[in-house]
Every structure is written in C-alpha cells, then in structure tokens.
Design a protein. Sequence first.
Length: 133
Amino acid sequence: MKFQKITAATSDSRGTISDILYKDDIQHAAIIETNEGGVIRGNHYHKLTTQHIFMTRGALRYWYQPVDKSEPVKSILVEEYGLVSTPPYEVHALEMLGKSQFVVFSHGLRGGNDYEADTFRDIVILTPDMLGK
C-alpha cells in the first residue's frame, strides 16, 4: 500500500491543477459513490491488477494485508484528496465512513466484462463487527 496526499502541482489566479497520476498506464477508471457509512466494499485482492483510489468526497478507512499474511491487517484513514495505491496480492477492504465518492484508476483487468476476471474473494480481512474500530 502506498498513500499520498494530492497537492497542487501549479496554481495561478484562476485556481489550481493537481496531478493525481502522472505517466501511468491506466486501462480503467470508475467513479464509486456510497450513500451512507457502515458499508464494506472490496474484501478481495487481484493477482495482476494495481488500483489507485482517489478520494473526492467524504472519507473511508482502507484496510489491507498481504495475501501471504506476512504482516498483520493494517488500516489508514483516507480523506478528500488522498490517494491510496493497491499492488497485486494485497487484500484490501474499504470501510465507508459516510456519504462519499471516490475514483478508482486501474492497471489491468477491472472494467466492463473483465470486472471479476482478476478479483479473488477467498480471503476476508474486514467483517461488520470490526467497523468503527
């Protein structure tokens, strides 16, 4: 997992421009909206796909662990303008903390007919009893 806070790359009297990703080979982008908190998304991993989650509204808690469980489950708070990157073989789950919106940029199989082609749900790291902790 890699986390970074996105800041302005340039600014002038008209406003700012912030680079979310630069020189990346993106095959899929999607906007995901959640209407309320207490919702779990993800709880899966990919063998080939890298994903970047850019928070545009609200906040989420990002839970992650290597598939081989060589490290304990960890979490990080992702707020607006936060970018978290998920490499292959990292189980990840999103705890939605309220009404929110984020954009997912993917390298690899993730959109359209390929949506489930590289998604593996045999390891669960976040359960409802863990929410809010």
